[in-house]
Structure formats: C-alpha cells, structure tokens
Design a protein. Structure first.
Length: 440
C-alpha cells in the first residue's frame, strides 16, 4: 500500500468505504466508529474480500470517499476500470487528518460541498448531501464507462423468506392463484433455493420439489415471467461436481448447506461447458429471470486453468458467459456479487445481506440489510437497478412495519416473499403499496 493523500478533517469528518460484494458492510464511518470486521474465517470468505488482509482503519474496494465535514471539498478515490483488477483503498485517522493509502494508482477528484456542508444531522447512514453528491458523480462516471444496464425494474414474488429450501411446485401453484385472486401486479414469479438437488447438480430432477418444467410452464401460461435462483460459481465439497471434477475447483469459498464451499475455476473449459449447459437448459425451459447468488465464489483466490487470468478477470468471464447464453433480453440479478466488476453484466444488484436467515422469521435478528442498502442507494440508476431485498409483510414477522419503512423508501426492485394466504389486511396493503411503487 502507498500513501496517496492526507486530508484535513473536522470533528464531523466521515469516510465512505465501498464493500467488496453485495453482503459486505458498506457505510459512512466517523472518527470513532469501529470498522466492520469478520468474526471468523468463513465470514472473511463470504462477506469481505478473500485474500485481502484487513488492517486498522476502514477499507474500500475500488471506491473510497472522504468528507471533511467542515464545508471543504469532498475527495473521491476510485478506479474507472474494474475489468481486470480492483484496488483496495484504506483510510485511517491520524490526528486531525485522514491518511489514504491504495494498492495501485486510482483517480482522485473533488466535489465542492457548496451550501450542503456536513453536519451531525445530515450525515447518518446515507452521508451528507455533499458526500452523496460525490458518490453520485462516481456512479455517473463509472456507469458510463462500464456500460451500466438500467431500466424499469420488475415486480417480483419470491419463495425464499417463507419456504426457504422446502419450497415445492405446489407452493408455486397456490401462490400463483393467490396473485390472481388479489389482482397483484406481479411481473416475475421467482423460485428460490430448494428447486434443485444443490450446487453442481442443478439439472437433476428433485423429487421433493416436483416438476420444474411444469411449474415454469404454469407461470408463463399465467402471463408472468419465470425466475430461478442459481448459485453457478460455487460447489459443495461433497457435491457430484467436486468429487468427479477436482480440476474444476479453485479456492475455498466459505461454508453453507452443511458443507464446505469451493469456487469454480471459470477459466477451465470444462467449467465453461458445464455452465453453458446449465444456463441453456433453464433458458430452454422458458426461464428469463435469473437470481445469481454466491457469485463472489467466482473471484476467490486460487489456482486457475489460465494462469494469466486474475480473479476479477476470471469472474467477469464467467458472468459474461451467462449473459451471452441467456441473451440480452434476459434479466440478471446479482447477489453476493463483487460490486464494481459486475457493472455492465447484470441488470440489478442486491446491495445488502439477506433480511434474515432461517430461524429469524420472527424478527429476532433485526434489520440486517438496512445499513448497506441505505448507504448504497446512490448506485440505483447509475450502476444498475438496486435490489433492497424482499418485503416480508406477514404478521408473524415482528419487524414488518420497520422493514417496510426501509424497503418502501428504497429505490429499485419491488419484491415480496410471503405465502399470500397468510397475509392479513395490513400485510396485503403493504404489498400493494410496494407493487404500486409507493414510498413510505
């Protein structure tokens, strides 16, 4: 790391540090705010940047902004090309200054604070007006040079936060009928995790779920788009693909589904052929909306078939392959995905961790996604359509009103994830407001 700047800051100075991927903590930090850190190795792999040491201070991946907080110009440090590498940029307070270090050269520019000087009331999770303006300027520039895809976001019903991995085709049919019964303006019916046998075994029929071709046809016959969840760049260590094709594997990618996760080598011709087969099979079923999850696994450090391809370049080649196979008109939503390297290849991006995992259905885990989605709101319409995650409106979710306030105020995708038969009058009204595009 090389020191590239020292910025005088006032007591209300703040630093914005962009996280590596969707689930990485992203926010504005004050002088005394502790930097978010993983509590265990698998968190480093799954929420931070694998292979990048976390030191004192705060760390941004390809983007860091310093707002002096005293009316002085805001300073932005960022890369304009994330196609082959993304530099880590670090900031640390040293007395009345913030010292900025970077791995490789980055662009530096200033944004005048004007009349929007920082104040304690103006900063918060979304930053001061001047800080937000600086982020918007970066988004405009980076999006233009990276071919950002923006457009009208679809309205989505998703299975995940009600059925998790126990979803069945019958659940889809029931809720499809309920969508019609309540005349809900849903564009996409998205089947989340649980439809397949698991990572590396996507197209083997899952008897517990039922017939995927039949339910996709049912969705399309109903006049709606069929969406599927897919984790294409990762496999479990016990999966068929990992056991039969060890040469496909690269570095460790954390743990989930009761198994150690391993990233796939996206430069390996065998992996590329496998991805083409899986994605083409879904496209031929009539699926034209993919929620692509755990994408960070395509960029973990490790040996690759092409020794000259870095992790970012390999990742983009895999994501580009999916875009090529699905076609330009398909809608791709990234999740758990490296932020800057994904611009131009996905239509939408999850900008926060999951609202809750299994076991948190009562709201006991709090609003896990609120911080990052509020801090990253500037990305909407500049880098892609942002995805603040699904509204959960059933009365069993104790925080449904607090979460609705956050989701309804956020720009981007409008999605909800409930068994519609379990919604009370208030829950249905929240869903209707979401789908109508209303804000809190």
């Amino acid at each position: 790391m090389t020191t590239i700047d020292e910025v005088p800051v006032g007591p209300e100075g703040r630093v914005y540090a962009e996280g590596w991927q969707s689930w990485s903590p992203t926010t504005w930090y004050g002088r005394v705010d502790p930097a978010h850190r993983p509590s265990q190795q698998r968190e480093h792999l799954m929420r931070f940047r694998p292979g990048s040491p976390l030191t004192d201070g705060v760390q941004g991946e390809g983007l860091l902004v310093v707002d002096p907080g005293d009316g002085s110009p805001v300073r932005t440090y960022g890369t304009m090309d994330a196609s082959t590498e993304v530099p880590s940029i670090r900031a640390a307070w040293l007395g009345d200054r913030v010292v900025v270090d970077a791995e490789t050269p980055v662009e530096i520019w200033t944004t005048d604070a004007g009349d929007a000087a920082s104040s304690p009331a103006a900063v918060g999770g979304t930053g001061s007006p001047a800080g937000r303006r600086a982020l918007e300027e970066f988004g405009d520039r980076f999006g233009a040079t990276s071919g950002a895809r923006t457009g009208t976001p679809p309205r989505v019903w998703c299975t995940w936060y009600r059925y998790f991995e126990d979803v069945t085709a019958d659940d889809l049919v029931e809720n499809l009928s309920a969508i019609d019964e309540h005349a809900l303006p849903v564009d996409v019916v998205q089947i989340d995790d649980g439809w397949s046998l698991g990572t590396g075994e996507w197209m083997k029929p899952n008897p517990r779920f039922g017939s995927l071709p039949d339910v996709v046809a049912r969705i399309r016959d109903n006049g709606r788009r069929a969406g599927i969840w897919l984790a294409p760049f990762v496999v479990g260590s016990r999966s068929d693909a990992a056991q039969r094709q060890p040469e496909w594997l690269t570095g460790p990618a954390g743990r989930n589904w009761g198994d150690d996760l391993i990233g796939l080598d996206l430069t390996n011709p065998g992996v590329q052929a496998y991805l083409r087969e899986v994605v083409a099979s879904l496209r031929e079923l009539g699926v034209d909306y993919l929620k692509l999850d755990f994408l960070y696994a395509g960029a973990v450090p490790g040996p690759r078939h092409d020794p000259d391809a870095g992790s970012v370049e390999a990742y983009r080649s895999g994501l580009g392959l999916i875009r090529e196979v699905m076609g330009d008109r398909a809608y791709l939503l990234g999740c758990g995905a490296p932020i800057l390297p994904s611009v131009g290849l996905v239509d939408a991006m999850r900008i926060s961790p999951d609202t809750f995992h299994e076991g948190g259905e009562d709201g006991s885990q709090g609003l896990r996604g609120a911080m990052s989605l509020q801090a990253r709101a500037w990305q909407h319409g500049r880098l892609w359509t942002t995805d603040p995650d699904c509204l959960v409106a059933r009365p069993q979710f104790a925080l449904r009103d607090e979460w609705a306030d956050v989701v309804l105020a956020a720009p981007g995708l409008r999605g909800f994830s409930d068994r519609i038969a379990e919604l009370d009058t208030h829950g249905l009204r929240l869903v209707e407001r979401l789908l109508d595009g209303a804000s809190a």
